[in-house]
Design a protein around this ligand. Sequence first.
Ligand code: SF4
Length: 360
Amino acid sequence: MAGVYISWPFCAQKCTYCNFASGVFPRELEGAYTERLARELAECDWKMVPGTIYLGGGTPSQMDAGVVARLLDLVPGRPWAEATMEAAPGSFDSEAIASWVAAGINRVSLGAQSFVDLELRRTGRKHTAETVFRDVAALRAGGISDFNIDLIAGLAGQTVESFAESVEAALALDPPHVSVYMLEVDEDSRLGLEILNNGGRYGARDIPGDEAIAAMYERAVERLEAAGVLQYEISNFARAGRQSRHNLKYWKLEPYLGFGADAHSYFGGRRWQNVELASEYVAAAKLRVTSTVANSLEERFFVGLRLREGVEVGEADWVVHGAAIDRFLGMGLLERVGERVRLTTRGILLSNEIFQEFLL
Ligand code: SF4
């Protein structure tokens, strides 16, 4: 079943490491954005009944309850097998949870990032570790037991030991799902730009080195697996049966439609993307900025290798990608599992370079 992604790019602050087209925007823009988003959803010619929904951003958990209900009312298929609200810790209360449940939300992804308050403060985040514990208790009390905890390895001042503490704190919440991201360094975030330019304002000089970040990640994988929260994708771990059904669609090349600023879609063998900025989105006569024919021979490897189950290598794949597969097998970056190949642990740490080799 296809998925629906709804983008809400508004946040209470701009986190130093964030490279999304999200941020703090004027209140009036939020109203105009809601209207445009409702129109985009209402005008959709639904050629499928969605099975999953993901409200991402940005911080959709700070949307007014009435807006959540209004937008979700425009999507067919309720009750959805999975409907996730991405939430910033401390941005919602039990009343909001009740309204989400009434609107069809049955899963929450919490952007905890770290359980060390000093590390959190340096990102610009407003919550503390305590906030996350309170939020999880409120979610469970409100009937949402399916939740994800996001963690980032590579924050300013973080050490292998402090990251291990965050992993332990996340596990203390008995989470069905955990995501572990390694800090992305690019010029789209303030911190990334500063690291590239050797600045000192947002903590670039206290960012752990690559080896330390790799050690954080490897220890997290080991610890989560030992606790029964099993890795199913490079950054994603879940208890049996609690993998994100929506996010799996991205890696398994199943169709999804995206709505809102910077939303991506994959449907009917095509990929397209909406205009990036919220300010452009409300005014644009034409929302789509790119539209291309999807190339499954390329994409099966480019996205499928993210999965722990890897990719089945068919005859056509050997013709197109055989040389790259053999090279990476020889280097110990890929391994065979029956007819499939998958990244080794070392391959995961070099995955971006490896994926490039499968682009046609
Ligand atoms: S990290 Fe999340 S909360 Fe922070 S600015 Fe980016 S989207 Fe907003």
